[in-house]
Design a protein around this ligand. Structure first.
Ligand SMILES: Nc1ncnc2c1ncn2[C@@H]1O[C@H](COP(=O)(O)OP(=O)(O)OP(=O)(O)O)[C@@H](O)[C@H]1O
Ligand SMILES: [Mg+2]
Length: 512
């Protein structure tokens, strides 16, 4: 076997050659050497361009001079159309200067017709080199893509961390407002702000878990709560001529999913519907149990509008990324709805009539049961002057936590790092409980706790942990009672946690 190396397979060889006999000789020579190939021959520019743009070709073997065409021009065209296609000159004569020029322009080799013995190995080598070059480029592109993703995930992680800190006040302030006012309008506005804060921070987390490749956490969601949240967010922006109607056909309808993602789906659909009704109309959100073709129970959520409707060419491209008919649209809304719904093993069905309206049906697996996330603020527990030390290096969160806890009746002291906390304790005595952010710079939370215990602190500690860096209580090796709350914080959860841990500590120390 004259051709060593990896198998070439069956080659498509394009000959640029005006002489049929010479072409015949080339084919024979290659076949005798064991090169399995099909041949095509062209002898002018049009023919070459046609074959190159229509069919598959593995290598071009070209004569140097032909009547009305020239090998150098053929090389130029091949380079233009397929920069990596191997190209070998097979010519009666080729001067030294011309040979150098040919190689410089990207020819892989040149063979003289009167001594063609090297032709098969030159063809095999040129094809193999081109293939390994293509493979190298593919791997390089793959690596670049992986590196880009890697840096994007770092940026997203950083952004979502900062975003969570910025949104923190939106989660804390509304609860404070509600405890300080009986005005129902203030309560409603506070709900809007806290819903937005929650949505924003969950989105930041969703972005993080998406780049990390993990699924968003799933929970049992009551459709009624979902509709209420969407209703709350839409009310403020609903044009006066659009009437919003929500209806649940059935009680206790629920599904398993991520609340923020589902809320985002309904908001996207509702906003599209509102935008489709510039003259006003009726927007309906309906939920009902349905049975699919296999008789399985499913949940159907319908978003129906009486807007402009969609012609078939819009319907066909609805879910394509960046498809929009709006001057300022991104064309990403429906794509992201589809991604979320399909991630929940659901599907979206669309029907529409131009001039009459559109209907988007979300078909989702119905929830089997489980704990429902409860959002009722209820009666918040209050303290009775217990000393609580809060240690957090994020100034806004520190002052909000401090304000909130002291407004609930605790005696607050605050420090922005471990050294400050220890100094405070040495000056003013031990607190009854501590609240410590686990992302403290310099002195980590674990060390601060150890130092506090060494100073005689035996009360409960509430650790505010970063979802990206969960705390392992065993690794902390702390001797006292430990509690954890995940950031972003909701003030009511902080109040409940502080109350519960102080009560637990009081019970533990009470005489039996
Ligand atoms: N309810 C609807 N009625 C009529 N047309 C719709 C409706 N929903 C979507 N469309 C059409 O589908 C297109 C794509 O919607 P999608 O939500 O993906 O992007 P967008 O709304 O154009 O942009 P963005 O969501 O960023 O505002 C819209 O531009 C619109 O032409
Ligand atoms: Mg949209």
């Amino acid at each position: 076997m004259p051709l060593n190396g990896p198998a070439l397979g069956h080659l498509q060889i394009l000959l640029v050659e005006d002489s049929a006999e010479d072409a015949e000789l080339i084919c024979d020579m290659l076949e005798q050497a064991g090169v399995a190939a099909s041949f095509q021959r062209v002898d002018d520019e049009d023919g070459l361009v046609e074959v190159l743009s229509s069919g598959r070709c593995d290598i071009v073997l070209s004569d140097l001079s032909m009547p009305g065409f020239c090998g150098m021009r053929a090389l130029e065209l091949v380079r233009e159309l397929h920069p990596r296609m191997p190209f070998v000159f097979v010519s009666g004569t080729i001067g030294e200067e011309m040979a150098v020029q040919a190689l410089q322009q990207g020819a892989a080799d040149y063979i003289l017709k009167h001594s063609p013995g090297r032709l098969p190995s030159a063809v095999a080598r040129a094809v193999r080199e081109a293939r390994s070059e293509a493979e190298r480029a593919r791997v390089e592109a793959e690596l670049m893509r992986a590196q880009r993703l890697e840096s994007m995930s770092l940026i997203a992680a950083g952004l979502s961390h900062d975003l969570r800190n910025i949104l923190q006040p939106l989660l804390i302030v509304p609860d404070l407002l509600k405890t300080r006012s009986d005005d129902p309008r203030i309560h409603q506005l506070a709900d809007v702000i806290s819903e937005c804060g929650l949505r924003g921070s969950e989105m930041a987390e969703s972005m993080l878990s998406f780049v990390r490749g993990s699924r968003r956490s799933s929970e049992r969601i009551e459709v009624e709560r979902l509709f209420n949240a969407v209703d709350l967010l839409l009310r403020g922006s609903l044009p006066s001529k659009v009437e919003l109607h929500t209806e649940l056909k059935g009680s206790g309808l629920a599904l398993d999913g991520n609340f923020t993602e589902l809320q985002q789906v309904l908001l996207n659909l509702a906003l599209n519907a509102i935008q489709a009704m510039p003259e006003g109309g009726r927007l309906q959100l309906l939920a009902e149990p349905v049975t699919d073709v296999d008789g399985c129970a499913q949940l159907c959520i319908r978003v129906i509008d009486t807007g402009i409707g969609m012609p078939s060419d819009v319907m066909e491209r609805l879910f394509s990324p960046f498809f929009t008919t709006k001057a300022t649209g991104t064309g990403l809304g429906l794509m992201s709805c589809k991604r979320i719904i399909e991630g929940l093993q659901g599907s979206i069905q669309v029907t529409s009539q131009v001039g009459e309206g559109s209907q988007f049906d979300l078909l989702l697996p119905i929830s089997g049961g489980g704990a429902v996330r409860s959002e009722s603020i209820g009666d918040l527990p209050v303290g009775n002057g217990q000393a609580v030390l809060v240690v957090d290096n994020i100034a806004t969160r520190l002052s909000l936590l401090g304000n909130a806890l002291s407004s609930q009746g605790y005696r607050l002291s605050m420090a922005s790092d471990g050294a400050g906390a220890l100094h405070h304790v040495q000056q003013h005595g031990l607190p009854e409980a501590v609240v410590i952010d686990t992302a403290l710079p310099l002195m980590p939370a674990s060390q601060l706790l150890r130092e506090l215990r060494a100073l005689g602190f035996s009360g409960p500690a509430l650790l505010l942990e970063d979802p990206a860096q969960p705390v392992d209580p065993a690794a902390l090796a702390d001797s006292g009672p430990l509690h954890c709350l995940r950031k972003p914080l909701e003030m009511q959860h902080v109040f409940r946690a502080v109350d519960a841990m102080l009560a637990e500590a009081a019970n533990a120390s009470a005489p039996a």
